[in-house]
Write a protein of this length. Structure first.
Length: 132
């Protein structure tokens, strides 16, 4: 029974962390100046700071997908890649609105298609493993 309770706590704490992170993202999307002040970012931010934030985010997300792949956690990979596809398509829309640079739009669209296809393949692998 203790393992069950411990797992529930871990699951609840992980969900709370995910919800908090998502809400921070929503706040930055809806009220960027207010959110920036709250989290200690001067407005307008130094452009280099934005690049550091993107760099740190990309590094930990990259390490996370490598870990899922090394563990052969097909379900986690499918979820990560599915959400990654959505983000890639959203990035393409943002770039289209901001600069309309076709090379960058094409890169984001191709990345989204790649993530979606690979995520689907990982989901199929997960289903094969659970069926046996």
């Amino acid at each position: 029974m203790k393992d069950h309770i411990r797992r529930r706590w871990l699951q609840g704490l992980a969900i709370a962390a995910g919800v908090a992170l998502a809400l921070i993202g929503v706040r930055f999307g809806l009220m960027p100046r207010s959110a920036a002040r709250f989290f200690g970012i001067d407005m307008p931010p130094d452009p280099a700071h934005l690049h550091y934030v993107v760099a740190v985010r990309d590094i930990w997300l990259g390490v996370l997908i490598i870990a899922f792949a090394c563990w052969r956690d097909w379900r986690a990979l499918a979820l990560w890649l599915g959400l990654g596809a959505v983000i890639c398509f959203a990035d393409a829309l943002i770039v289209a609105h901001a600069t309309a640079w076709l090379g960058s739009i094409a890169f984001h669209m191709a990345s989204g298609i790649y993530c979606a296809m690979l995520g689907f393949a990982c989901w199929r692998e997960h289903r094969r493993e659970t069926a046996t």
